[in-house]
Ligand binder design. Sequence first.
Ligand code: ADP
Ligand code: MG
Length: 382
Amino acid sequence: MPPLLPGTATLGVLGGGQLGRMFVHAAQAMGYRCIVLDPDAISPAGAVAEKHIQADYLDHLGLAQLARDCDAITTEFENVPALALETLAGMRVVAPAAAAVAVCQDRAVEKAHFESAGVPCAPHAVITNDIELAAVDPALLPGILKTSRMGYDGKGQVRVKTAAELAQAWNDLKRVPCVLEQMLPLKAELSVLVARGADGQVVTYPVQQNLHRGGILAVTEVPAPDVPAEVATLAIASARQVAQALAYVGVLCIEFFWLDDGRLVVNEMAPRPHNSGHWTMNGASVSQFELQVRALAGLPLPEPRQHSATVMLNLLGDLWFTAEGGPTPPAWDRLLALPGTHLHLYGKAEARHGRKMGHLNITADTPEAAHAVALQAAALLG
Ligand code: ADP
Ligand code: MG
């Protein structure tokens, strides 16, 4: 396939969220036209694309229109029905492929993939019926029961200590297929972004260290402050292995748990640019969104070079609500007076608790300097 050249080609995106918006920005900067398909009348990506097709992901007319008007199509949303990607793949270049996205959509399938790729994951059991529930190895408790499908930002998860709590939790989750994972003692959470081209070229970013609050990513620091070189090397090698074994095309994010005993296990992966990779927009020579554009268009993938130590702070809707009430936006002018701050807002009209409204990248010459400004920014945000 010859590459789809900037200035002439049109790229499509399934999903209108912030990841789609930042993909569109990167694509447009390079001279591509963009079309977003999203069911909502108003969406962060739909608002910036040349065209927004308002349709459900499985709407035949909407998909046909997207295929007709685009040269290649990607997704920004991992729960897009695999059938939508399969339908489009019959007509256009689609990356990542439906099969790869399908693996990421189901925790049980995903864990089987990790194991087959030779990358260890958390000890776990799949629970789809009473027999499997009764057969759970007590060594997996205390654990976290997670729905196999549709979970994100800690949703669809229950922490359980005993077999009785497990049975109750599975009932509370409506007895949908689940995975019970052993609760692991985490030293830190890490992630690695990989971009792979259709020709098999693979590039990676440095390891990202992530702090979650309430199941939602709060802070990413790169370079990862606590991670020794051998752990970073292993994480990157494992991420490459996972992408390679999927014959993946596009940007893939692999999340890891780094355990108290020093072991590294893979947690989950996302078939798209990832929140923990937003630092690349200001701290690296090429952003994760540009790499997604290049991989989709069949263009060369440059090896990313980190040029600044970067801390990324997620800006959740909670920041709009203070003791005095709200919603009131944070004092952006004071925040932007801090050195090395780069604000990204996603154009969401309404602030809600737990809603990702934007992020702040803080770049500096040294990790210590970036960290110090991040503390000042956090204090200003309250
Ligand atoms: P999500 O799809 O919601 O991101 P994750 O599986 O990544 O789901 O879980 C969300 C967070 O919960 C993780 O980032 C981690 O902080 C914690 N967590 C999940 N699984 C485990 C585990 N097995 N042991 C310890 N903590 C865990
Ligand atoms: Mg996660």
